[in-house]
Design a protein around this ligand. Structure first.
Ligand SMILES: NC(=O)c1ccc[n+]([C@@H]2O[C@H](COP(=O)([O-])OP(=O)(O)OC[C@H]3O[C@@H](n4cnc5c(N)ncnc54)[C@H](OP(=O)(O)O)[C@@H]3O)[C@@H](O)[C@H]2O)c1
Length: 192
């Protein structure tokens, strides 16, 4: 059993909590009302808006050292709705890794709408989580924890540099749903 901490009790925090709880893991949730809690998990999921990540990293760098930190954000520029707010050759995950050099930062869950994590389904297919990161052991530990409940599959998408592509996918998927071309309960599926 792994100890998981999830920042955020919104759509994604709740849905990701069900994925880990299905695997029998202990799940601690921290939100704005409980932000005085100490992080107890070895795997920490930041299920918060992109804008909240920098301050959590700055305030908790010591507590997060040595832990696996999972960035799930889609740093969409909501003013233009025409791209991401991060550098064109960067990603939110790369920014987080730079802010937390003592942690193992992964990108995951950002290409999954919350509903597809809660149900474990995209259409008739099992939901697939794409994970990117530079630390093979961290990716293996994350994959084992996320798949223990057998509600989702996980595919290793490569190094943390691939977070750029995952964030572009996440943005594209949001534009499709916002444009009512797909529903918020569907999304990209991976047929392996
Ligand atoms: N929704 C999706 O389907 C989806 C899909 C892929 C990726 N994402 C990404 O997932 C992240 C969360 O999205 P969401 O839809 O779950 O948003 P949400 O429903 O608005 O939930 C956000 C959560 O973050 C918490 N929070 C905000 N600032 C915090 C802080 N400083 N410390 C602790 N908790 C804090 C909020 O708590 P309070 O309400 O108490 O402030 C709330 O529980 C975003 O980065 C988004 O880009 C979302």
């Amino acid at each position: 059993m792994a100890n998981i901490t999830i920042f955020g009790t919104g759509n994604m925090g709740t849905a990701i909590g069900t994925v880990f709880a299905a695997g029998g893991h202990s799940v601690q949730h921290i939100d704005s009302d409980t932000s005085d809690q100490t992080v107890s998990g070895d795997i920490v999921v930041l299920a918060v808006p992109y804008a909240a990540i920098a301050s959590i990293a700055a305030d908790r760098a010591d507590q997060l050292a040595g832990k696996i930190i999972v960035d799930i954000s889609n740093p969409v520029n909501f003013e233009t709705f025409d791209g991401l707010t991060v550098a064109t050759d960067g990603s939110a995950a790369a920014e987080l890794a730079a802010a937390l050099p003592q942690s193992q930062v992964l990108k995951a869950f950002n290409t999954n709408f919350a509903a597809t994590l809660a149900t474990g389904k995209v259409g008739d297919d099992i939901t697939t989580v794409l994970v990117a990161g530079d630390d093979a052991e961290a990716k293996a530990a994350f994959t084992a924890a996320a798949t223990a409940g057998m509600t989702v599959k996980v595919i290793d998408a490569g190094s943390l540099k691939r977070a750029r592509e995952l964030e572009a996918m996440g943005f594209l998927q949001i534009t499709l749903a916002a444009g009512e071309k797909i529903s918020w309960t569907s999304g990209f599926a991976v047929i392996a």
